[in-house]
Design a protein around this ligand. Structure first.
Ligand SMILES: [Mg+2]
Length: 424
């Protein structure tokens, strides 16, 4: 479906219509040369006073190569997920009783064992879906990435114990098994407290309900299940506005409240900026302008502004963090906590520790923080001992390197690639 076929909800702003229309137009006919991502750092400005020098934020080493940033985004996201996984449902005093007064300070030894959750699983399927959408784009010269990502999420649903005949919906197409290599990885077939919103929405789609979108809002869910899987959308385009729209559209497949899907668009936008070595304060300032064009953006923008103000206070207590930014259970809060954690620290390990040691949804705030910090500092900034303990490190690395190949200058075109990443 293209945007021209949509019926716009009453009150939808012209900007919004133009933005989504542009997104679909671009997605349908994007020249290959636009796949080379080199942002112009000169275009960022600081309209809301977020000058990086004022803030004392360490500017990322601009020599960190793009490849290391992409790997960093994916692997640090998984590390953050694993750091938060055993404390997701624990209040801060319980976390301290279990791990000491500093809370969780690393993976392995006395810390969490490196087991990841649904946040990492679903992020992998988002990335795989986008690789496959890009294969489709360059082989068929036309592809809307959103249905292909939906197909990927139906494969994730299958890994959660739903047989393919019931999970695949329109994508089963007479086949007994899902296709592609990722879903053949047995370690993905684990239920790690999967979000009910995602499970319910994907089951409904498989049963014949129309796909969720900005127009067909399938529920009023504003949980963080949309944002925690959205980072890979940053790879899709050189245009951060298009990246925002794609991140939001993939989240709207399961989350119908603006706070659920705009947080996802915002994360993709921020990751896009950080991958191209724009510092976080500058990227946040650019984001504010884009976010304002979307209906229902007020809560997300307010939370991000609160995160910036809180970072001015320095490292605050977990109680103060919860008071100002919430628990991270909803999309806008998860993004705000992750953003605060990166702003208030000057290295990846500290950012991740700040992002998980609070009474809220620690695995998701850790995962989102890892996406941001990894894109900013690169993969080498992740403590090696943490990586050694990370579950499915090999799978995450392989998929990320495949994404670099597919989105690079010379994407593979052999039969094996076509088997690994069918263009649908
Ligand atoms: Mg989780």
């Amino acid at each position: 479906m293209t945007s021209s076929e949509w019926e716009w909800a009453p009150g939808t702003s012209r900007d919004h219509v133009e933005q989504v229309t542009k997104f679909h137009r671009d997605a349908l006919a994007v020249p290959m040369e636009r796949r080379i991502r080199l942002a112009d750092p000169g275009r960022h400005d600081f309209p809301i006073g977020l000058d990086e020098a004022d803030r004392g934020v360490v500017v990322a080493d601009r020599t960190v190569p793009w490849q290391e940033r992409v790997l960093g985004c994916m692997l640090a996201g998984a590390v953050g997920d694993a750091l938060g996984a055993p404390i997701e449902f624990l209040p801060i005093d319980m976390i301290r009783r279990r791990y000491g007064t500093a809370g969780v300070t690393g993976l392995g030894e006395d810390g969490p064992d490196g087991t990841v959750t649904d946040d990492t699983q679903m992020t992998l399927f988002t990335l795989e879906g986008l690789i496959r959408a890009h294969v489709r784009l360059r082989t068929a010269r036309a592809a809307d990435p959103v249905p292909i990502v939906q197909h990927a999420y139906q494969r994730w649903l299958h890994t959660q114990g739903v047989e393919w005949a019931l999970a695949g919906g329109p994508f089963t197409d007479g086949r007994d098994e899902p296709d592609g290599w990722l879903v053949t990885e047995p370690r993905l077939f684990e239920r790690r407290a999967p979000g009910n919103t995602c499970l319910t929405a994907l089951r409904a789609f498989a049963a014949g309900e129309p796909a969720g979108s900005f127009v067909n809002r399938i529920n009023d869910a504003k949980g963080c299940g949309g944002v925690m899987r959205a980072a890979p959308a940053a790879l899709w385009s050189t245009d951060p506005v298009e990246v925002f729209a794609l991140g939001a559209a993939t989240a709207a497949l399961t989350h119908g409240h603006p706070s659920g899907y705009l947080a996802a668009g915002a994360l993709a936008f921020l990751v896009h900026g950080l991958l191209t070595s724009s510092p976080l304060p500058a990227t946040l300032a650019s984001l504010a302008k884009v976010l304002r064009r979307w209906n229902g953006h007020e809560d997300q923008l307010a939370r991000l502004e609160a995160a910036v103000r809180l970072a001015d206070e320095g490292r605050v207590s977990p109680d103060r963090l919860a008071e100002k930014l919430g628990g991270g259970w909803v999309g806008e809060e998860a993004l705000a906590i992750a953003t605060y954690s990166v702003l208030v620290t000057d290295n990846l390990a500290d950012a991740l520790c700040v992002s998980v040691n609070h009474s809220g949804d620690s695995d998701s705030t850790g995962s989102v923080c890892g996406n941001l910090a990894g894109a900013y500092y690169g993969v080498r900034a992740i403590p090696p001992t943490w990586l050694n303990h990370l579950e499915m490190r090999d799978v995450i690395t392989m998929l990320s390197e495949d994404a670099l190949a597919e989105f690079g200058q010379r994407p593979p075109g052999d039969e094996r690639w076509a088997w690994r990443y069918p263009g649908r």
